[in-house]
Design a protein around this ligand. Sequence first.
Ligand SMILES: *Cc1c(COP(=O)(O)O)cnc(C)c1O
Length: 355
Amino acid sequence: MKTAIQPVFTVHLNHIRNNYKMLCAKAAPARTAAVVKDNAYGLGAEHIVRTLYPTCRTFFVAYAWEGAQIRPFAPDADIYVLQGIGSDDLKTVKENHLIPVLSSLEDVAWWHNQGISDIKPALQIDTGLNRLGVRPTELNQLTPEQRQNISLFMSHLACPDTPDHPMNAYQRNIFEECRQLFPHVPLSLSASGGTLLGSEYTYDLVRIGALLYGITRPTPDDLGLKSALTVQARVLQTVPLNAGENISYGATFTAAHPMKIAIVSIGYGDGLFVSLSNKGRFWVDGKSLPILGRVCMDSTICDITKAPDLRPGDLIDVLNDTYTPDDMARDAGTSAYEILSRFGKGIRFIRKEEK
Ligand SMILES: *Cc1c(COP(=O)(O)O)cnc(C)c1O
């Protein structure tokens, strides 16, 4: 009889701790902040903040409520709120001493009218991403008081994963020009990708998410970072299949010859991408088990012809040390960020690995 049915998600806090150490060394003398938005890329903001604090004293979240959630585990840390804050967030911001990232002249003026003198906001400028940020041509509209009264001057790169991309130097030059207006204010330009571009890009503070969780993307990983998430799922049933039989909704796979398949207990309800249908693979003992047919809500079918001894209740690997979110992202046609974020929303049972 099977001992358990549900998938096993393991967050390797020890990997995150080691990754953080290596990233600090790489970015030094710049300080390394941990980006824990979206529940720390799905992995559990509370556990990750507990793991990194007090070594890490600067965190970035997207929303004020996320900052309030992690404040108890990082009592003295600077917690920046990337999306900025609305008037509904003021109470949360004051009670938890959260630092808003202001990204428009309107937001700056509004913040200064609130008279919250013990919190110095960050100012984000847009240097070419055209997402959030005050435009460089608008900076002269800030009053001297607004200009002095900030704790971080920041921007965000568009193409740091492509080291030769002209956008990198282009954005850095604009950042250099604009920073002149903000003497003595700490500077931050880079997230994960920018940090790997080298010391010209690290300034005073780097804001690291992806690399911390072991997402290394196209950049060769010479730091030895390790993936923070492994996922395993249980075989529910194994079935011999005759040539000509179809698999799953839509009958998108037809067996060309007799084969053996396993019905595995993980699906898009757990965060597995439907785009892995007929494209992805699971793993057992280093053997890849191709996903066959369409991924369902709670189950997925794979070819176990090469691993015929698998039995109901056995665990197979969905993500492991050698098939990482980066690898799965290539098969699924998305980014490793989205792989983690999606699994994060599917995680209902989590195992924390401290060793
Ligand atoms: C998400 C985000 C980061 C972290 O990016 P990674 O590529 O995951 O390191 C840093 N800064 C800003 C403004 C972000 O939105």
